[in-house]
Design a protein around this ligand. Structure first.
Ligand SMILES: [Zn+2]
Length: 242
């Protein structure tokens, strides 16, 4: 079994460490800064054997160079964003596979937040590393893509098994949930989830990872029934202050 460790970085980013005990290897997903990642690795006696990058934004890649220099590890990320990720060693595209120990993840292209955004899906392990495409009760902003593209991403995610554990890259859950309640004020699962989330955040505790099942029940973007409805909700969230 893979062990996944959440590392808080910058103001609200999560870097995820994926560790395979059999081969004693560790993948670092989206290190926006190096120091907390090195501290988390050191605390466990681990080293970084590879970096997996979901998209070019600096809060996901700014730690790449220092980690590469320290561990000599390679960076795997979206070939489509090669020009914007100078630390990239191996570019990947839709359907490519990446490996840690005996565990294989498939690369899914999920354009929208950025034009070449990818996510990593371990189908056999039921793990999704969703970068800035899928968050708890939210989805990424459309900086370089269209609502139709992001809606298609949501449709793909919605077809994954409910038990799939979703590792998003930001702690945006409180704001996402407050917006979700404006969309579906009578959604009982959402109301109950927000009680939990308010409590966790009041104690300074994380709300990720989440699951596809929980998102299918509470995430207004995953629950959108059409591109038009998705676009309306995305625009609503962009304007939402709460
Ligand atoms: Zn981003």
């Amino acid at each position: 079994m893979l062990e996944v460790v959440r590392v808080a970085a910058l103001s609200d980013n999560y870097v995820w460490l994926i560790h395979d005990a059999v081969t004693d290897t560790t993948v670092v997903v989206d290190p926006g800064e190096a120091a907390p990642v090195i501290a988390a690795l050191d605390a466990r006696g681990w080293r970084a054997d590879a970096i997996w990058t979901t998209h070019w934004h600096p809060d996901h890649t700014a730690g790449n160079a220092e980690l590469k220099a320290r561990y000599g590890c390679a960076v795997i990320g979206p070939e489509a964003e090669r020009s914007k990720i100078p630390t990239l060693d191996h570019g990947v595209d839709e359907g490519d596979t990446v490996q840690i120990g005996d565990h294989q993840a498939t690369v899914l292209m999920t354009p929208g937040h950025t034009a070449g955004h990818i996510v990593f899906h371990f189908a056999d392990d039921g793990l999704l590393f969703s970068g800035d495409t899928l968050f708890a009760m939210g989805c990424g902003r459309l900086f370089e893509g269209t609502a139709a593209q992001m809606f298609a991403n949501m449709q793909r995610f919605a077809m994954l098994p409910d038990a799939t554990i979703v590792h998003g890259a930001h702690e945006y859950t409180l704001s996402n949930g407050r917006f979700a309640l404006t969309v579906e004020p009578d959604n009982a699962v959402l109301i109950a989830r927000m009680v939990d989330v308010e409590g966790l955040r009041a104690d300074g505790l994380p709300t990720l990872p989440t699951t596809i099942g929980l998102e299918r029940a509470t995430n207004p973007f995953l629950r959108a029934q059409s591109v038009e409805q998705f676009a309306e909700r995305r625009a609503g969230k962009d304007a939402f202050r709460g």
